[in-house]
Write a protein that binds this ligand. Structure first.
Ligand code: ACO
Length: 351
């Protein structure tokens, strides 16, 4: 990750080339094993993923029991934690991590799609082994094969979300993993971190902000009011990128192709103002700005967008966890205490 140059590479390959030519399955293989797979390796890896898609009946019962208003990321946190109870031996080697990883990476899209269908009062759809990871997700969600353009846009979204160095959620996963806890506990920690609106949750807030603006003619007034009220533009700013996020450039192309024209225009006008007035402070458009426009056009409810982010990012979490525990050291940062020491205890009646 090159925050000054605005570049991102996965195992040496530029994100632009991967988004152009690769698939989520291939990128996951690359992140886990360090090299692009041969045809046979990719076939075998994709087959294993497809074979792991089926959700246990008990898990579907859990999804049904969840409160209807619960945020889908919260439900996913519970679902992953529940699955962990079937498979909670500690992970000691990268192979342990990958074995559990393949099962969870394969199941997350089905969990999200099933939750969506339960909430819509629709019958659940069984996974299909002959579809791609992205295609199967949309199929399980909408009950029919998606248009090729949607399948590709979803595949690219998962590729772009798959990995991003030591972001807050990846660190949370590694920190829990470093205790030699189990894989699922580490992923649950990552889900908790990714859910926050300063991290993955910003993808939902960005779309809500476009809806709140509502009209391209209102963008300018809205933007200056936001600045005056010290309100943050969601989908802008990044701790490491001080340039336009390279992933956002690719998402923008798909938002233009698939997104609602009016929402796209609002976003484009707001983007111009962000780049003109905030980029000098290092605040630029980030990964979460354009992606929600694509999901919105597909008819996916806004509160589900962070779960799509997670569907991609779990690949990167798994790769980092496997790498870290192969030469593990307990992560234990220190804090500096500021204040008096050696104070005398005062009995409660005398305080
Ligand atoms: N809109 C307006 N101003 C902003 C924004 C924003 N989105 N982000 C930062 N700034 C301003 C701050 O107000 C501050 O200005 P000041 O120096 O005049 O007080 C300056 O830029 C630095 O801000 P910090 O909060 O110190 O920067 P930090 O690196 O801690 O913040 C963060 C990064 C949390 C992502 C921030 O930019 C933000 O809140 N963005 C909106 C939420 C968002 O889009 N998050 C997704 C990030 S990408 C990801 O995690 C997937």
């Amino acid at each position: 990750m090159d925050g000054k140059g605005g570049k991102l590479y996965y195992r040496g390959y530029s994100i632009e080339e991967l988004a152009e030519f690769s698939t989520f399955e291939e990128v996951t293989y690359l992140l886990w094993y360090g090299e692009l797979p041969s045809k046979g390796e990719l076939r075998e890896f994709s087959r294993k993923l497809a074979k792991n898609r089926e959700l246990p009946k008990e898990l579907l019962d859990v999804l049904e029991m969840m409160p209807k208003h619960a945020h889908p990321m919260g439900v996913l946190r519970t679902a992953v934690s529940f699955l962990g109870n079937f498979d909670d031996e500690p992970v000691k080697t990268p192979e342990d991590v990958y074995e559990k990883g393949i099962s969870l990476v394969a199941k997350i899209p089905g969990i999200v799609a099933s939750l969506y269908r339960l909430r819509m009062g629709l019958e659940l759809v069984k996974p299909r082994e002959d579809l791609s990871h992205a295609g199967n997700f949309l199929y399980m969600m909408f009950g029919k094969e998606p248009p090729k353009s949607w399948e590709r846009a979803m595949d690219v979204a998962l590729i772009l979300y798959a990995e991003h160095e030591l972001n807050a959620s990846t660190f949370a996963v590694m920190e829990v993993g470093s205790t030699l806890s189990d894989y699922y506990s580490a992923v649950v920690a990552g889900i908790g971190a990714l859910k926050g609106i300063l991290h993955g949750g910003a993808v939902e807030e960005a779309v809500r902000q476009f809806l709140e603006i509502g009209d391209p003619e209102r963008v300018e007034e809205w933007f200056f009011n936001a600045l005056k009220n010290k309100r943050r533009i969601m989908g802008a700013g990044h701790r490491v990128y001080k340039t336009y996020d390279p992933r956002a450039k690719i998402f923008k192309k798909y938002a233009r192709m698939i997104g609602d024209k009016r929402m796209y225009e609002i976003a484009e006008r707001l983007e111009t103002l962000v780049q003109k007035h905030l980029s000098k402070k290092g605040v630029n458009i980030n990964v979460d700005y354009w992606s929600g426009i694509i999901f919105y056009a597909m008819g996916i409810p806004i509160e589900f967008y962070t779960t799509i982010f997670l569907m991609g990012r779990i690949s990167g979490w798994t790769a980092h966890l496997a790498e870290y525990i192969s030469n593990n050291k307990l992560i234990r940062p220190r804090l500096q205490y500021i204040g008096e020491i050696g104070k005398r205890y005062i009995p409660i009646e005398r305080r």
